[in-house]
Design a protein around this ligand. Structure first.
Ligand code: C2E
Ligand code: MG
Ligand code: MG
Ligand code: MG
Length: 278
């Protein structure tokens, strides 16, 4: 009997694994299709200063699957990173975000920067900088309207290579920020050594900063550290007035979150930006 049960368990297990695997294979080829046939889109989320003025936008990729509906980038970005599909995907994102940014600049709707999330594979490719320069040339977007969001992981991998690229970006006047700051378990000394402009405190700390002493201490520590090192600080994932007030009281300079605006497609964003006292 035990033997029988063991076999059933094994069968269930392999079926489950098979399903998972085939679902992944399907998803992977569907992502390929989405990249090639323009089923990806970008949403943009505003960033605001202490006076609620829009100081920038962040481009966030969206995949509207024909039958499965909306698939979160939290699911397909890591997968694309594993398969290498992140390279054509990122190329598309970069071009589209710069095109849209340039359009907003021309319309007088964007004075600040468009921020683009970078993937480790993309950043560490030998032709990363030349691709970036080409995109700026082709779209006409001034580098002073571009910001690149990096993760701690990007900087920890081949730090010397990363330093060279960051210096080049700095020379081009493209600004850089560290996304999801505090989640990467990395040494803080890189903040001293790398030419970075901004850090974005991860949403997980912001979320309960006004309620949890420990998260409040982390937010306070990050903001103090940033001020000492002459870096700007963004708090991401602000959902309540309480969180906003609290981070304001700590001296945070830039805010992003559902409290102000959700990520929006370009046309909604344009109206939102054009609306008086948005
Ligand atoms: P991220 O760069 O940290 O982006 C912030 C995420 O938080 C976005 O999720 C955004 O929609 C969400 N968010 C913003 N405000 C709030 C809020 O008030 N509350 C809550 N609960 N969430 C908020 P999204 O769009 O699902 O993106 C997830 C992650 O996927 C991004 O995190 C980024 O790491 C990655 N990602 C998105 N677009 C791209 C891309 O074009 N390229 C690369 N390499 N990664 C991307
Ligand atoms: Mg980001
Ligand atoms: Mg972030
Ligand atoms: Mg995040």
């Amino acid at each position: 009997k035990a033997k029988q049960q063991g076999r059933n368990t094994y069968q269930l297990y392999t079926e489950d694994l098979d399903n998972k695997l085939s679902r992944r294979v399907t998803l992977r080829s569907e992502l390929q299709e989405a990249i090639e046939h323009g089923q990806l889109s970008l949403h943009y989320q505003p960033l605001l200063d202490r006076e609620n003025r829009v100081v920038g936008l962040e481009a966030l990729v969206r995949w509207h699957h024909h039958s499965k509906g909306f698939i979160s980038p939290a699911t397909f970005i890591p997968m694309a990173e594993e398969t290498g599909q992140i390279i054509p995907l990122s190329r598309w994102v970069m071009r589209k975000a710069c095109q849209d940014a340039q359009r907003l600049v021309t319309q007088g709707l964007l004075a600040g920067r468009m921020a683009i999330n970078l993937s480790p594979l993309q950043f560490h490719r030998p032709n990363f900088l030349s691709t970036l320069r080409n995109v700026l040339d082709e779209t006409g977007l001034a580098p002073t309207h571009l910001e690149l969001e990096l993760t701690e992981g990007i900087l920890m991998h081949d730090t010397d290579g990363a330093i060279d690229i960051l210096h080049a970006l700095n020379g081009m006047e493209v600004s850089t920020s560290i996304d999801d700051f505090g989640t990467g378990f990395s040494s803080l000394s890189y903040l001293r050594d790398l030419p970075i402009d901004k850090i974005k405190i991860d949403r997980s700390f912001v979320k309960s900063a006004a309620k949890s002493d420990k998260n409040a201490a982390i937010c306070q520590g990050v903001i103090t550290l940033a001020q000492e090192l002459d870096l700007r600080v963004v708090a991401e994932g602000i959902e309540t007035a309480e969180q906003h007030d609290y981070l304001m009281s700590l001296g945070c300079e830039v805010f992003q979150g559902y409290l102000f605006a959700r990520p929006m497609p370009l046309d909604s964003l344009s109206s939102w930006l054009a609306a008086p006292s948005s």
